[in-house]
Structures are given as C-alpha cells and as structure tokens.
Design a protein around this ligand. Structure first.
Ligand code: F6P
Length: 550
C-alpha cells in the first residue's frame, strides 16, 4: 500500500494489465500499425495552443493508450494536479507548495497559499521587473560613472541559470541587439573570466540569481565579479548599488552580500529552482526581450497550464507525453529519452530539460520513503537535430538500445535572415521529417537487396526501424510558443512523478556532493588532514597537490 492507502504502483491491476498488453503486442511493428489504420497519421495527433503534437509514430494502439490512461486514473494523477494547483504542500519532503503555475497566472486570478492569494505579489514583482528592465533598455538606468548599461551578466547556476540562458538563446531574434548578455554559472574561474574579459565595468550590470543566496558557485562568482567591478571603477564601494541586482527569496543574505534590498527582485519558496525561470529569475531575459514579450512568454505557459488543468484525459497532451514515457521506461526498459530540436535557437533547450526532468524524477524512493520497485526518470539528452545526425544518430538507428525521441521543429524561420538563409529552412525541416520516417519505418533486408547491395552488406545496411518518436511542430519559435513548450514538458514531468509516486519537487541527491566539496577543499588548498577521507580520494588529493606544485 502507498502512504495514502492506495495500492503500490506495480501491484495495481492497471499495471498488470499493461504488462500483459505489452506481452501481447510482442514485437509490434509501426509498419503494421500504419498499414492497419490509414487514418493514423492524422488521427494520432493533438493540438494545444500553437503546438501540433504528432504521436502517430509511437508503439501504441488505442488499447495501449486506454490502459495507460487507466493507470493515470488509478495513480491519481489528476487529483495530485488539482492539489498542486490549489497550493497544497505536495512537495512532501520539504513541506512546500508547488506553484510555478501562479507565476504566469493572469492579474485577476486567485491562487492561495496558506489562505493568502499570491497572485498580487507575483504581479507586483513582475511590474517592478518591467520598470527596471525598461530603465536598463532605455538607458535611463546608468552605471556608477553615469554611462549607460550595455552588458548584462547573469550569475547563477542550475535553475537560476539554465532557464534564462536557454530562453535568451531561444529568443535571440527578439532581443535588443545593442545589449550584450552573458551567463556565468561554473565555479571554474574561466567562466567568469571569459564572460567579462572584453567588457567595460562601467557599462556592466551583474544580476546575481540565487533562490537561496547560499549556493557556493554563485556566491563565489558574484564575489569575484564585485572585485572585478571595483578594480575597474577605482574601488568605490558605492558602485555596487548601480551594478548589482539580486534575484532571490532570501533578503537577509542578499543584504549580507552587500546588495541593496531595493535592488532585489523577490520570489518565494513555493517556486522550485528548476521551475523558477518565469519568476524574477527571468529578469535578464526580460531586459533582453522587453516586458511585453516576456508577458507573451508567460501567457504561453499559462495557456498550457489551462490545457493541463481542463483537457480530458484523451486530449491532454502533458498526460499523453508523460504516459508514453512510462510506457517505454517501465514496459520496454528504455533508459533514456532524446529531445532533438531542429532549431539552432533551441541549442540549450535539452540542457534545460535535463535539470527539469532529471532533478525532478531522478528518485528511487517513493513519497513515503520506501524503495521504488519500478524504473523512474530517464536520462534526458540531445542537441539540435542536424548536428546530432552526423554524430550520435547512428546509435539511435542501428544500435542495440531503444531510445524514444521527441523532434521539435517550426514551419517558419524567425529573425532577420537573408532570403538565401531563409530558404535553408526547408532543408532543415526535410531532415527532421526524414529522420522520423527512417526511425519509424527503417529499411528491410529485402528493400536493401532490391537496391543491388551485395549480400554480405545487407545486414549492415538494414535499418530495423520501429524507433518511437513524437513530433512537435509550431509555426514559429515565438516567446509564447517557447512558454507553451516549457510548460508542456513541466507537466509531462509532473505526470510521470505522480504515476511513479515520487516527490518530483525535492532534490536531496545534490546535497552530499556539496557537503563533501566543502570538506575536501581545505585539503587541496592547505593540505589539511580531512578525517575519514577514503583512500582513493586521499590519493587523488595528494596527486593534485603535487601537480599543482604545493
Ligand atoms: O543543484 C541544486 C539546486 O538547488 C537546484 O535545484 C537549483 O536550481 C540550484 O541548486 C541553484 O540554487 P539557488 O538558486 O538557490 O542558487
């Protein structure tokens, strides 16, 4: 039994029914499924806002989908969704509400946490952000020497970096090109060095983004950035107020660091780090694209939130995508999931999804703390599609692993491309469609032979096919479409965590490494004796010190 009295996932009749169905399907072929249903290509599709979602190339039948939906019903996915949207503390191990959906709610909405409507506070911060972003963009906000800000450097890590960094790339076509944006996350000093080496401190604004304001990488980089700034501006401490702003939930720590709390943009503990990019954490993006475009992005998120909240199970896209992941992970032993955008602008999209998905669902105990007896979150990976085609697609096509994949593409290019570059778009998309086709239908030995291939090469040139993919298409990569895409994946991850009965909103797995790094550091710098250091690490530390010349 689960803590809430429900039967454990792998003991439910719905789970057993799916396992049986999987056996009955055996080596079902996509070729067969399409031959048996001429309407499949257009029938197995969903429309959500601007997103056209084609799941026809999935190894599923109507019966599979029905059984998966029954599993979702039995595991209370929609009940947990409603509890989340009501502001209940569904992050059980941290005893927190999970309300990133409130960040994009319209001004008049009412969403309560502990009896208090949080929407007015959300909009108050958005309004402050809009005012500040407008002043930076117009040149009204100047640096300490009176020069206008031309460079914005976001310092943060994890959810305080990946979201704005990804979205800045994604929406470059909509950004103010007279401003330079850099994103510093790694505690490797080279990151900050490369980000600021060609910048003028008098024209540079640092945005220190950290929910807790205790994250060692961010605080270390922010401290070094302050030194760089003061060195460049003659050492006047007053310069900090004009060149540093903070995005955080922790006003005390922000003040302690020396940033004027008047220059802090707040968010709240009910916003998880990896779900925070549409909170104050999006300030750098808002400066880049302007407050109106930022609102379009939030409205895109909200559109999918509403879809997730209201669409019936049969037409609910996050539910469907989540359940497909359960199908492959739990019934086909798929270990990973590839996300392959056919858009240069989405070059950081999969890296962003890695944190969203793997930090959320990389868990091995259920909500009550008992070991799970089923697979949980997949390894999420991928890079823009055409580049991948010339690198790792070989393994997807002809390797031994089953790798379900999502293709993401757009009908029109964005930005001020020349006519010649715009024309390349059809070739880009032809590649997306071709890959989906090749992965699904492959090439049989007979088809290979018919091309006159010598017998000894037939096996090498045969494509097994039957690799499941989803294709997500939209007209253009606009701010709204980006918001829709992210919300789609957020809720997909939610669905999977709900089915697996894990807490998708904590991240205890990152803690041990943080603690050990703090303990080991004095051994590196001072040769301090670290009690209890294992023999392997002790030997590595000794070698490191020797190589470092200490
Ligand atoms: O890696 C753990 C984590 O807590 C992430 O969840 C979070 O996004 C990141 O660190 C950064 O945390 P903060 O915003 O508090 O600096």
């Amino acid at each position: 039994m689960n803590a809430d009295g429900r039967t454990r996932l792998n003991q439910t009749p719905e789970w057993t029914a799916l396992a049986k169905h999987r056996e009955e399907l055996g080596e079902v072929q996509l070729r067969q499924l399409f031959a048996g249903d001429p309407g499949r290509g257009s029938g197995y599709t969903l429309r959500v806002g601007d997103l056209h979602i084609d799941y026809s190339k999935q190894l599923v039948t109507d019966e599979t989908l029905r059984l998966l939906r029954e599993l979702a019903a039995a595991t209370g996915v929609f009940g947990l969704r409603d509890a989340m949207l009501r502001g209940e503390r569904i992050n059980v191990t941290e005893d927190r509400a999970v309300l990133h959906t409130a960040l994009r709610a319209p001004r008049g909405a009412v969403i309560e946490v502990d009896g208090e409507n949080v929407v007015p506070a959300v909009h108050a911060v958005l309004d402050r952000m809009a005012g500040f972003a407008g002043r930076v963009r117009s040149g009204e906000w100047t640096g300490h020497t009176g020069r206008r800000i031309r460079n914005v450097v976001n310092i943060g890590i994890g959810g305080s970096d990946l979201g704005p960094a990804m979205a800045y790339e994604a929406l470059r076509a909509f950004t103010d090109r007279s401003l330079t944006f850099r994103f510093v996350s790694n505690v490797d000093g080279a990151d900050l060095h490369e980000a600021v080496r060609d910048l003028d401190p008098a024209e540079t604004l640092f945005i220190v983004a950290s929910k807790t304001f205790t994250t060692i990488e961010t605080i270390t980089n922010a401290t070094s950035a302050r030194t760089w700034l003061l060195d460049g501006l003659g050492g006047d401490e007053k310069a900090v107020a004009k060149h540093f702003v903070a995005l955080s939930t922790n006003a005390e720590k922000v003040a302690g660091f020396g940033i004027d709390p008047a220059n802090m943009f707040e968010f709240w503990d009910w916003v998880g780090g990896r779900y925070s990019f549409d909170s104050a954490i999006g300030l750098s993006l808002m400066i880049a694209i302007g407050a109106d475009r930022f609102r379009e992005l939030l409205d895109g998120f909200h559109l999918v939130d509403e879809h997730f909240r209201t669409a019936p199970a049969e037409a609910n896209a996050p539910l469907l995508l989540g359940l497909l992941g359960v199908w492959y992970g739990n019934f086909f032993d798929a270990q990973s999931h590839a996300v392959l955008p056919y858009s240069h602008y989405l070059s950081k999209f999969t890296a962003y999804l890695q944190q969203l998905d793997m930090e959320s669902n990389g868990k091995s105990v259920d909500r009550a703390g008992r070991p799970v007896e089923w697979q949980t979150g997949p390894v999420v990976w991928g890079t823009p599609g055409t580049n991948g085609q010339h690198a790792y697609y070989q393994l997807i096509h002809q390797g031994t692993k089953l790798i379900p994949a999502d293709f993401i593409g757009f009908a029109r290019p964005v930005g001020e491309l020349s006519e010649e570059l715009k024309a390349q778009h059809d070739l880009l998309m032809a590649n997306l469609f071709a890959q989906g086709q090749a992965l699904a239908f492959g090439k049989t030995p007979d088809e290979v032979r018919a091309e006159g291939v010598p017998e000894e090469l037939v096996a090498h040139k045969t494509f097994r096919g039957n690799h499941p993919t989803t294709t997500i298409l939209a007209a253009e990569l606009t701010p709204s479409v980006l918001g829709q895409l992210i919300a789609l994946y957020e809720h997909k991850v939610f669905v999977q965590g709900a089915v697996w009965d894990i807490d998708s909103f904590d991240q205890w797995g990152v803690e041990l490494g943080k603690v050990l790094a703090k303990r080991v550091e004095p051994a590196l710098t001072e040769g301090a004796d670290v009690p209890g250091l294992d023999a392997s690490t002790a030997a590595l530390v000794a070698t490191y010190r020797e190589l470092r010349g200490r």
